[in-house]
Design a protein around this ligand. Structure first.
Ligand SMILES: Cc1cc2nc3c(=O)[nH]c(=O)nc-3n(C[C@H](O)[C@H](O)[C@H](O)COP(=O)(O)OP(=O)(O)OC[C@H]3O[C@@H](n4cnc5c(N)ncnc54)[C@H](O)[C@@H]3O)c2cc1C
Length: 229
């Protein structure tokens, strides 16, 4: 017996069809013509991030009260799908929208949500999450990056690698040990706004076999202050 493959997922609706069309048209118009240059540069230009924000595609599933478009994960899935279809998979919106923003939405304080989410929605802030280190990938408990409290600030030291949006990002969630004795409970997520952050440095934008337009990079933290847990 042959199994019929559905052409259209059952969760799609008329509204989502309209959203999909708008996303596809945006990528076709704003991204496809620039993709070759992005692949040469190893990164997407910041102006296009802003345009995606103006079009309502940044923070598509974040509530409207925090500057998002008030959609669901279905909207994010459509964006991811259309990025692939348009061949612009180096544009790190999926990580910005569907990984970093939800961390802030679900684990941040109300003050932190108000402070960061609206600026992520416009593209003023571009997000990254820095977990992986030169010596640690899957086994996150083995990270060496540390954060100690000093004078009311977290002070971060360590290095990260393979970080998506690493050249463009100016809001980075850094995974750091705040108490090495406590295992996973002593491992914290600390937000760093990197504009003007002393001791923060971007390393190499890494060569990859694919996703050439994505700025997958090394990051270095040398007594970086002014971070929020
Ligand atoms: C394009 C790209 C973008 C990335 N973006 C980010 C980012 O934004 N932020 C970030 O923090 N990191 C990022 N990474 C890093 C990615 O998260 C790590 O590569 C991943 O966590 C695996 O770590 P590793 O490469 O050190 O492999 P390892 O952890 O060394 O694993 C190597 C292999 O061993 C297997 N393995 C590991 N442990 C076990 C176990 N206990 N049992 C069985 N098998 C095991 C793994 O499945 C894998 O096949 C990115 C990587 C790439 C390639």
């Amino acid at each position: 017996m042959m199994t019929q493959i559905a052409e259209r997922p059952t969760w799609m609706s008329e509204d989502l069809d309209i959203f999909r069309d708008a996303v596809a048209r945006f990528f076709e118009r704003e991204c496809v013509p620039k993709n070759e240059q992005w692949m040469k540069d190893g990164q997407v230009d910041k102006a296009t991030w802003r345009k995606a924000g103006e079009a309502g595609f940044l923070l598509a599933s974040t509530p409207v009260e925090y500057g998002g478009a008030g959609g669901t994960f279905a909207h994010e899935a459509i964006i991811i799908d259309e990025l692939g279809k348009a061949g612009v998979d180096g544009f790190g919106i999926a990580l910005h929208n569907a990984i970093v923003a939800p961390y802030i939405l679900h684990y941040g304080s109300e003050e932190q949500r108000q402070k960061w989410l609206p600026r992520l929605a416009t593209g003023e802030l571009i997000a990254a999450i820095a977990m992986t280190e030169p010596g640690t990938g899957s086994d996150l408990q083995s990270i060496k990056t540390s954060a100690r409290i000093d004078g009311g600030d977290y002070v971060i030291n360590g290095s990260k690698t393979f970080i998506t949006n690493g050249q463009n990002a100016n809001l980075i969630i850094v995974v750091a040990k705040t108490d090495p004795k406590l295992g996973s409970k002593g491992t914290s997520l600390i937000v760093v706004e990197t504009d003007g952050a002393n001791g923060f440095r971007r390393g190499r934008n890494l060569e990859k076999v694919g996703m050439k337009a994505q700025d997958t990079s090394e990051l270095f933290f040398d007594d970086v202050r002014g971070a929020d847990e």
